[in-house]
Design a protein around this ligand. Structure first.
Ligand code: SF4
Length: 264
């Protein structure tokens, strides 16, 4: 696929997500979290392209958190953002020092690191007058998160395309919800984005269980080509009457003949 066609496809998918979930409104100022990875560069460039042709006015800026891992090349990220004319800010933090002090031996870096990073992003979004924070989670992240929560947490949940953050002020949006990771990998390659690793001890290593979900979905994909899209459709097609959560109980209705998926 050519770069132009792929760009159009991704832009169309993001436009659909924006429309389906009301992700962007007139007057929004959106902070885009740019980590230096393929997902966040893609998100930023696609949102900017939409912004330029949108019938409504909204602003975007890029925010990067430098967690303090030695060797993290924020200069490369900053250079790219400057070259493309993005308003941006890189926040230097000592998250690495905090993690080293607080992390228990053998426990994951990611849980503390991600929490610190998210908190810093909320704080920065407010500081820079942004009412929304855009994150680069894509279709595969949604599908994998759903499976992870079912298999390891015992909960039927994934992520929201739009939700008010815990700070009660910032709305988190995920405009890449309809874009697959394969499309992003190809797009980042064609655009030669200067992808940098944050140099954390877990850099480039998706968490073990997430890797297993990724593998599982890829294996199933051989027999079920549209498995990711189907999982995503399921997330938008919840049937509370066919679940067991009493909090979602609705009055009993007349039985439906031949309900799919029920054992004989
Ligand atoms: S992969 Fe690295 S930067 Fe990302 S959350 Fe984990 S420790 Fe933090």
């Amino acid at each position: 696929m050519t770069e132009e066609l792929l760009f159009k496809k991704i832009k169309h998918a993001v436009g659909r997500a924006v429309a389906d979930h009301g992700l962007i409104a007139a007057g929004d100022r959106i902070a885009v979290a740019v980590s230096g990875g393929k997902d966040s560069y893609t998100l930023l460039h696609i949102l900017e392209s939409l912004r330029q042709r949108a019938p409504i006015r909204f602003e975007i800026m890029a925010l990067t958190i430098d967690s303090g891992y030695p060797g993290f090349r924020t200069d490369i990220i900053g250079g790219h953002l400057k070259e493309h004319g993005f308003e941006h800010h890189i926040e230097k933090t000592d998250h690495y020092g905090i993690i080293k002090a607080k992390r228990r031996e053998g426990s994951s870096y990611c849980s503390i690191c991600a929490r610190l990073k998210r908190g810093a992003l909320y704080e920065l979004a407010q500081r820079f007058g942004c009412n929304k924070l855009a994150l680069g989670h894509h279709l595969d992240d949604f599908a994998e998160t759903l499976l992870l929560n079912q298999f390891f947490v015992g909960s039927l949940k994934s992520m929201a395309a739009s939700m008010l953050a815990d700070n009660g002020v910032t709305t988190v949006i995920r405009p890449l919800v309809y874009v697959s990771e394969a499309q992003i990998i190809e797009f980042a390659r064609l655009k030669s984005f200067p992808v940098v690793c944050c140099r954390c001890p877990a850099c480039g290593e998706a968490d073990m269980q997430r890797k297993r979900m990724k593998r599982l979905i890829s294996e199933l994909e051989r027999d079920i080509p549209h498995i990711r899209q189907s999982i995503l459709r399921a997330l938008a097609n919840v049937q509370p009457r066919h679940l067991l959560d009493k909090r979602l109980s609705v009055p009993p209705a007349a039985p439906v003949d031949g309900a799919l998926g029920e054992p004989a």
